[in-house]
Ligand binder design. Structure first.
Ligand code: KG4
Ligand code: ZN
Length: 328
């Protein structure tokens, strides 16, 4: 079975074709970073209009790269939400129109389910059950995944998502949008022990998170060391970035270990944009290795938004429920 996946929830246009026998046949990703960077963040109206421009050519490209035509597509999956409403509408309209024209079913996929399943596209996919840490720009969630579609929320952020906190801290350090990867790069040059930032909500039981206090802590530290231009010297900025990253990573690691223990599971999947963070991967691997647990993640380009995860999630849904195909 072949499923075309379309992702347009935010500032990336993603299209992919996934085959349940042969795996990922082709995928294309277009990032709108250059379009939004001069505004310091995503401008929703510009995002929608750019998805309109890019989608049709990208669908053509993916089909050509996979050496197949539309008649071999069995279903079209598109991101139904959450995300920017205008951007989502572009993907939904295009997905449904293509499905109607091709006489195949269209199905909306939850964006976070797409992220959650993205590591299954890799060579050594995790087996069910597992615990998933979803860390994106809009969500920070720990989920017990018993099986495909059988998800139980264990804990989540009560305020800012981890990615959002990265982006806001990066903005304070005058780094370009999207801040997460830039802050992580700057942190590599920093002294991780010079400043000690708090590890929020780790001193009490539970699996919820709160990252907004770290933002305030970052701003206070920046102001305490600011020079005439409003920012500390370069080394201090790097030290602050390192302290911030260390605090977020340690907090996530502590809660992941707790979640695995609570569920008596030994497999952790990390997904979403922040799962691309090298320090997080490394510290999780170290911590989980000590308790005989394993961590799974997707290749970098499938950590952030992409069409492959939507095609994959859509294909699993069709596979699980063949009536979706027969109902057409
Ligand atoms: O999953 P994603 O592409 O979009 C959402 O669904 O939100 O995640 C984007 C988020 C942004 O906040 C971005 O700064 C963050 O993921 N991010 C990172 C890294 N790469 C992306 N944060 C920290 N370190 C990274 N290497
Ligand atoms: Zn996402």
């Amino acid at each position: 079975m072949r499923v075309l996946g379309i992702e347009t929830s935010c500032d990336e246009t993603g299209v992919a074709l996934y085959d349940t026998e042969q795996g990922l046949l082709a995928h294309r990703l277009y990032s709108q970073i250059a379009l939004h960077s001069e505004y310091g963040g995503v401008v929703p109206e510009l995002a929608s209009r750019d998805h309109v421009r890019k989608l049709v050519p990208m669908v053509r490209e993916v089909l050509a790269a996979a050496h197949c035509d539309a008649s071999s597509v069995d279903a079209v999956a598109y991101t139904a939400g959450p995300g920017l409403i205008g951007a989502l509408l572009v993907g939904a309209c295009m997905g449904r129109a293509l499905a109607y024209a091709w006489g195949v079913p269209a199905l909306g996929v939850h964006h976070m389910e797409g992220h959650l399943l993205a590591p299954c596209l890799e060579a050594n996919p995790p087996e069910f059950p597992f615990v998933a840490l979803l860390v994106s720009g809009g969500h920070t969630q720990l989920i017990k995944v018993a099986d495909l579609g059988d998800y139980a929320l264990l804990g989540e952020s009560l305020d800012d998502a981890a990615g959002e906190a990265f982006d806001k801290a990066a903005k304070m350090l005058d780094l370009p949008y999207p801040g997460g990867p830039h802050l992580a790069r700057l942190a590599l040059k920093g002294d991780r022990s010079r400043f000690k930032f708090p590890r929020p909500m780790t001193d009490r039981p539970g699996l919820d998170f709160s990252f907004s206090g770290l933002k305030t802590f970052t701003l206070t530290t920046i102001n305490q060391h600011a020079l005439a231009d409003g920012l500390p010297d370069d080394q201090t900025c790097a030290d602050i970035a390192a302290a911030f990253e260390e605090a977020v990573v340690d907090t996530l690691v502590i809660k992941c270990r707790r979640a695995l223990e609570a569920c008596a599971l030994k497999r952790l999947v990390i997904a979403g944009g922040v799962s691309a963070n090298s320090r997080l991967r490394q510290k999780l691997q170290d911590a989980l290795g000590k308790v005989g647990a394993e961590v799974f993640y997707a290749r970098h380009e499938f950590c952030t938004d992409n069409g492959a995860m939507i095609a994959y999630a859509g294909a699993q849904r069709c596979y699980q429920n063949p009536y979706l195909l027969r109902a057409q």
